[in-house]
Design a protein around this ligand. Structure first.
Ligand code: SAT
Ligand code: MN
Length: 620
């Protein structure tokens, strides 16, 4: 194979190595790397150590190949900009597969193919797919390396963009690699990724190599991930959705814990009491904004622990503890600005970040819709075209453009961020994006009702995945694209962990909607920092201080128990935001019935009972 030839890559002084000179003795890892080298035939192999020197080299190579542009260091130190191929801008849910041995284990919400058949299809695709490229071996750990059971992974990729992104998003490089052999060879999740664009001798590269053929594939029994054809974050940074949600949800099912699409925040009351909240919202519905919220109400303070993924395990005291497996933020850029999320702005202004598919100013800084009140007179848009405000007919930044930045740069990061034991969760919030029906906030009567709320969560689709935007769909626990097994079994797992623990120790469950509109189309609630008022109500419910009325869908704030002091809003507007409209909810019933019918026999009877109770309370 080409690998056995002396290395002569002129563009890289990388330590090109055959597996035999690899910086590890881990036998399963070495065997797997050899196997992938033989199959994909890269020109070069590089074991990533995660060092700053490596970052400098790889970003320099990515500049030379036209993938990255360095931003003005005055504005964004050590930061870079990438434009993807216009076809490779979001997660591809229709190309995402759960290849369980038994199709019944993937369930009706996932695409499935027989694992043997999928392996044969993808092995053909991988054959020679790294020709002419460097293969990066990227060891990483999701969550703290000093956890009792550190969650290792190794991504093999032919994309340097992926390798540098993994340095931001995970604990990556020499340290996790060393830890993987510290107590005998540790288990790890093998994550194989190829952009699927081999280079023949003499063929020049394109700035964003990818393939029209895409597969994002999970083999849950083997804890194995194969991704092909896309360089976009959610499809290619395999520690994130693929490992920490799809594979981890299966591990959690087997081991009695939860891997969820949730932010984690710490809320400190004026009395100095600290609470922790985990909140699930679908992609591009404001998790990053809520995670870094700057409360508008006096005396309340928030610290951030995570903006996308929570792993939650029960402690010896019976409480549910959450950790964030990630090391960085991969946030939606448009709508992020000094007015809406100043802490995210401070985080990216510290530099060391990658920006993808945003717009570029003439001064070498990034720009996107919502970043500032003023639009520069001229930009290069995400496609690289000249863009002039007033003349342009499309947004300058792609609606799913992203910033990728180290979470340690967040000025309000909680000191518990690195704590392998996690933080005790007091409340779980489910939220979606609905113009109608779902009120600003309600509280579940108990855990089972909370699971029903989560299981029937609905939201309008966003640009985070390819496909139509604005279509209402059920998105259970905001996990529809990320549950690695049968959705009915997943609901059963949520119910089961509740049954196994003392109800008094379980988090209280809430359902929110920041996106409800009035008849004239405007938002009924100002959102952003003002959402702290809803968080205050949540905490005061837990403390037994806030009043509530029981409605057919749960407990709702009484007029007066939601603190709107100093907010420019009428009583009628608050009432409209909070209203439980029985007619709208009656119209929702058949949608929930359809949804459960889609899930089929595996819908737990407890949830069918909850549906009956709801129907009864609505008088329908
Ligand atoms: O694109 S990602 O999957 O990484 C982010 C998201 O869609 O939630
Ligand atoms: Mn997400």
């Amino acid at each position: 194979t080409p690998l056995l030839e002396p290395q002569s890559s002129p563009t890289s002084n990388a330590v090109a190595s055959t597996p035999s000179s690899a910086p590890t003795t881990h036998r399963r890892l070495l065997a797997w790397v050899s196997e992938v080298v033989e199959l994909t035939q890269p020109a070069d192999v590089r074991w990533c150590d995660g060092s700053d020197a490596e970052w400098d080299e790889l970003t320099a190579e990515l500049i030379a190949s036209g993938t990255l542009v360095q931003l003005d260091p005055q504005a964004k130190p050590n930061s870079f900009y990438a434009r993807t191929d216009p076809s490779d801008v979001a997660r591809v849910e229709d190309r995402t597969f759960i290849c369980s041995v038994d199709p019944a284990d993937a369930g009706p919400t996932n695409n499935w193919m027989d694992p043997t058949q999928m392996k044969s299809v993808m092995t053909d695709l991988y054959r020679g797919s790294m020709r002419g490229r460097t293969m990066y071996v990227v060891p990483f750990c999701m969550g703290p390396i000093d956890a009792e059971h550190p969650m290792f992974g190794v991504e093999i990729t032919d994309s340097a963009y992926v390798a540098v992104s993994m340095k931001i998003m995970t604990r990556m490089g020499a340290e996790p690699l060393a830890a993987m052999t510290a107590n005998g060879d540790a288990d790890f999740v093998p994550c194989l990724h190829s952009v699927g664009a081999p280079l023949e001798p003499g063929q020049s590269d394109v700035p964003w190599p990818c393939s029209d053929t895409k597969y994002i594939t999970h083999f849950p029994e083997e804890r194995l991930i194969w991704s092909y054809g896309s360089g976009y974050g959610g499809n290619s940074l395999l520690g994130k959705k693929c490992y920490s949600l799809r594979i981890a949800s299966v591990i959690g099912r087997d081991e009695g814990w939860l891997a969820e699409h949730m932010l984690i925040l710490k809320l400190i009351s004026p009395a100095g009491r600290a609470y922790h909240i985990a909140a699930a919202f679908p992609s591009a519905c404001g998790k990053t904004n809520l995670a870094m919220i700057q409360p508008t109400i006096p005396g309340w303070r928030v610290e951030t622990l995570g903006d996308d993924i929570a792993w939650m395990r029960f402690g010896a005291d019976g409480r549910l503890y959450a950790t964030n497996p990630e090391y960085g933020l991969f946030g939606v850029a448009p709508g992020t600005g000094w007015g809406t999320n100043p802490n995210a702005m401070r985080t990216i202004d510290r530099g060391n970040s990658l920006f993808t598919n945003v717009a570029l100013t003439d001064h070498g800084d990034v720009w996107w819709e919502g970043i500032s009140e003023v639009t520069p007179p001229h930009l290069a848009d995400w496609r690289g075209n000249s863009w002039v405000p007033g003349e342009a007919t499309t947004p300058a930044a792609h609606p799913n453009s992203r910033f990728c930045t180290p979470i340690r740069q967040c000025p309000i990061l909680s000191s518990d961020y690195d704590n392998p034991a996690g933080v005790p969760i007091d409340a779980i919030i489910f939220g979606g994006r609905r113009k109608t029906t779902v009120p600003l906030v309600t509280q579940a009567r108990d855990w089972q009702h909370g699971v029903f709320m989560g299981a029937t969560l609905s939201s309008e689709t966003t640009a985070a995945a390819t496909g139509a935007v604005g279509v209402v769909r059920r998105d259970p626990m905001a996990m529809l694209p990320f549950i690695g097994y049968h959705a009915g079994d997943y609901f059963g797992h949520w119910l089961e962990v509740g049954k196994q623990h003392d109800a008094a120790n379980l988090p209280a469950v809430f359902y929110v909607n920041w996106f409800r509109r009035s008849a004239d189309g405007g938002f009924l609630w100002p959102g952003f920092g003002e959402n702290s008022r809803v968080l205050k109500w949540v905490i005061e419910r837990i403390e037994g201080k806030a009043a509530a009325v029981e409605t057919p869908i749960g407990y709702a704030p009484t007029a007066g128990s939601l603190d709107v002091t100093g907010l420019d809003i009428t009583e009628a507007e608050v009432a409209a935001a909070l209203e439980v409209d029985v007619d709208e909810w009656r119209a929702e019933l058949p949608l929930i019935e359809d949804w459960f019918a889609q899930i089929g026999d595996k819908v737990p009877t407890e949830l069918l009972t909850e549906l009956d109770v709801l129907r009864g309370r609505l008088g329908g």
